[in-house]
Design a protein around this ligand. Sequence first.
Ligand code: ARG
Ligand code: ZN
Length: 873
Amino acid sequence: SVIRLADYRPPAWTVERVDLAFDLGIDRTEVAATLELVRQADEPMRLNGEGLELLELSVDGRRLGEGEYILANGVLEIAVDGDRCTLATRVAIRPAENTALEGLYLSGSRDKGFLLTQCEAEGFRHITFFPDRPDVLSRYTVTLRADRARFPVLLAGGNPDGAGELGDGRHWARFVDPHPKPSYLFAVVAGRLERISHDYTTADGRAVALHIWAEADVIDRCGYAMDSLIRSMQWDERTYGRNYDLDVFHVVATHDFNMGAMENKGLNIFNAKYLLADPDSSTDDEYRHVEAVVAHEYFHNWSGNRVTCRDWFQLSLKEGLTVFREQSFSADMNSAPLKRIEDVALLRRAQFPEDAGPLSHPVRPSQYSEINNFYTATVYEKGSELVRMLAGHLGRDGFRKGMDLYFARHDGQAATIEDFLKALGDANDADLSPYLAWYGQAGTPRLTAEGRFDAAQRRYRLTLRQRTPATAGQPAKQAVPIPVRLSLFDHSGAALPLRLEGEDRAGDTERTVVLDGAEHAFVFEDIDAAPVPSLLRGFSAPVILECDYLPGELAILLRHDPDGFNRWEAGQQLAGLAYDDCRDGNVDGSALRAWTRALADLFAGGGVDDALLAELLTPPGEIELVERQAERDPERIRIARQAMLRALARRIGAEPLRERYEQLRAATSAALDAPSQAQRQLKRRLLDLLALVDPAGAAERALAQYGQAPGMTDRLAALATVATYASPSAEEPIAHFRRRYDGNALALDKWFAMQAMLPGAEALARVQALEGDPAFTLKNPNRVQSLLGSFARANPTGFHRADGAAYRWLADRLVAIDALNPQVAARIATAFNGWKRLEPVRREAAHAVVAGLAARTDLSRDLTDILARVALG
Ligand code: ARG
Ligand code: ZN
């Protein structure tokens, strides 16, 4: 059944107060709920409830008999007279049997593990009967009762409100949350956990006890998360004037979690992967992810919790906005250009392919059959790009004013995307409604730019056009406002002051023009020679730019643009043209020459800092490059990409590569400061480039680096290089890594993932062998992601074998995973996205497998939904 945005109706009954009492047990937990309900419409009361054993049901103190309610298809329906009532239920649930990790479940083993909940989007209905929709906001009181020895720590969202003994070895604890919240933000945690704490005082003077909880063996890896949390709180106070609003804030780490983390009110729960960090087991990237995800969940306290979503179609209202806030925070904490490079690369790698295939959907979808399948790159990352455009439109102070009004106006409410645009607009006397088109339309717009220089008039005419290709179920597209930040450079690389036709004097060298129709020409005056336009600076809109640059023009930007991001962007575009040369066998192509020469000069010149240089030396990945092929053959893409990298390595020269590598090696430390991280990143790039021109020299250095690495970044990078370019020599270090990190789940995940991503014909056999490792299990989402997910989504040559063996193997595993955990199965299944554009042999093999899966009737709604859409191609 399909849920449609157009069918939205406010709730017929709301819940003012909820009182929940849990008698916790691993096999069986009883939940007693008392709901104070208020009628809003003349309809029966309908509560969601799935997988609940109903023990008792009463209305206003009177127990209901069998004929007095209907319980079918996950809905409990009761006809009630009057405008208010108190409903009491008692149900039993079975946490240890809950392998879907939705609702109340067990993390870890029966004897050592702990109990926790995940409710977003619709998990609360697996805990108790409730109108489980985000526009029902209630005040929660939660009492937990459990055996003290087995469950010494009892946590729920809200402020603590008493605790004590029950006499029979059991104890209790109560929590009251003063802030009305939707059911998806409810959470409890119970078990043996350790904590680290910090006393924080908010800018508005509230004393808050911060606690991060984890199992004893990893509690000493929570320090970085605590530092990140403190920085996040201070940043939100400074940047948006937002203060935390409870007396305690708990954060809990679990190894068993379907997604990254969850912003439950006062009790955030994290996948351990995004909370734990130490130099011996975490890479630099992982440190940055921890900082970003801790911030993301914390920022949700305002953008998501205090102001929540009216319905799940508005998901990007909280997710797009919170990703934007998180990205701005990370940019402030680290390097802004590098952060932008990372975000744009992610958008292109994850969101553009989604937007171009059968799973495409608008940032605000208009229908869904399973909401869990809409926690996507489109809702999150493209959603963030839309907020970034709005923020750019209003300017720094205007956006802050708009956010202040949004929070003030909608505090305690469940809002819509219209509400958001309206508040931002009202605070600035602006009409932002044209941007709504972005939210309702799938597909990545193509922006075409055509420049014409008129020497006689000393004018440069830049014509911009837009067109969005048809997407699944959305054939006709409208124009959207596209802000284009731009500069014009002369051929010496100097930026020109800009004066548009009709203006009386020249302004800055950079400005933003907005294309708000299908086509518009912008005329720049006082231009002496044909300029090189630098367009979409800072990636000012999430579009694909089509501009017939000559390689030499891009090389000018790559060499001279003072802005790191734009320099990288010019390099990426030039690299795309260089790739075309390699693909077409044109080893002496002008783009390939321009790209390698510009980079070799920058490398030798020494003017570029290590981090940016590492990024510049990285062309678009194999997944982005498929867009440059008509018929997609991952093997040929890899060959062409390796050829361009080899050409680059040759142009720089093996000796300079070795020399620079050795310099960096001598400076090696495990320090976390930005320059040290940059050195490690550049070192890794150089080693990979060296492997293409001096395989023996690179392997020898990589083996030495593995042995001497002071931290995980250098260790893992070295291992991957050896395994990719000198696989026989990798056996020993791979076995060594396995022994060294036995019992360290997050390190083992990286060990599985690194091997799953090794390219080539042996990849499938390697992955199948790894399934036999005693540490492998289909029950743990991180482990499945690290082996199966990495293989299917990040190893194009391995997964897309021409004989289709990997497709058949994955189909088999999907069925097995689906029986345990539908959300995880559905996510892995998106690896089949794009099968229709593969070359014919692979296409046919993939199609057979996808069609076979889609024809099954025994799969979950999650997996069925993905397969049905993917099968359409
Ligand atoms: N709200 C969480 C976050 O972004 C993610 C929840 C994902 N839920 C899901 N069912 N996939 O921060
Ligand atoms: Zn989020």
